[in-house]
Ligand binder design. Sequence first.
Ligand code: 3HC
Length: 330
Amino acid sequence: MYAQMVKSTGKGVILREEMSPEERAFQDRIDAGEKIEPKDWMPAGYRKTLIRQIGQHAHSEIVGQLPEGNWITRAPTLERKAILLAKVQDEAGHGLYLYCAAETLGISRDEMTEMLLDGRMKYSSIFNYPTLTWADMGAVGWLVDGAAIMNQVPLQRTSFGPYARAMIRICKEESFHQRQGFDIMMTMARGTDAQRAMAQDALNRFWYPSLMMFGPSDKDSVHSAQSMAWRIKMNTNDELRQKFVDQTVPQAEYLGLTVPDDSLSWNEDKGGYDFAEPDWDEFFEVISGNGPCNADRLAARTKAWDDGAWVREGLLAHAEKKRARERAAQ
Ligand code: 3HC
């Protein structure tokens, strides 16, 4: 079904005069702030964009468990271990809410997983970077979950009902994740010289990849214009990146850490920081499958999918048997 849908609309926006009467009525509902529900009529491009974005978001939550899951057995205290375990389990839950929201659009979780594994769907660039030290658990919570919240709070008002409702609970849990990351950073920044150096090293490695999470700069964003017209996205990539920098720089200062950007300066006129853009060539390499951990992440997902085959087959056989029993009883 997904493959038969129209091609995405590219950089532009569908003009009102190009819309069919159904499309115009649909756009009026969006403009009036109404929520669109799964059984409502919707343009094929709207459905396709949502499946792409929600599916990619769901995959990100699931793949995002890998870099942190890597540290559960090595957490420095029992308390830190329990917190990290809870966080990683939350991410699994987020993936499941989001797969369910995407399924209401007529695609199955199995189809989305197959599309992830064969490269037709993506997951967030950030999870292709390794977590090398315990301080990375702090940096991931503080910066990565911090960037995720910045992007996801506005999505609570997105036009598609199931996505907006899923985001409400996800955002509450992401706030706890960000707080626990900041708490790890604070503990390390107030610790020994070696611990402070680890915290600074984690900030150095995760700063630019976190800025990349918001997507390419607005001039290179393919989907933003149409997605914003449909209220699938509420802000541009650059708007959210700027808000993230403005919020995070004072937090780094509070920690006594240095953001790895010599050009960082407060711009009184715009009321925000001027900062260096990430290396966009690196970003496009990473989302094309050539980042430091892409192969490992996909290998882990493929293994989990293959290892779970017997469960899926068993469940299908059970459902088939139940249907046969019901047919026989009629
Ligand atoms: N990683 C991977 N691919 C990315 C990306 C990123 N950080 N940012 C953009 N892209 C891709 C897009 O998917 C698109 O490629 P495609 O056409 O093949 O799908 C291309 O780059 C061009 O980007 P656009 O700006 O045109 O794409 P979007 O309009 O979709 O904007 C987005 C990108 C801002 C990430 C948007 O999709 C979005 O808001 N998504 C929902 C939030 C989300 O997915 N968050 C995942 C973060 S991780 C997370 O939440 C886990 C938590 O535990 C931390």
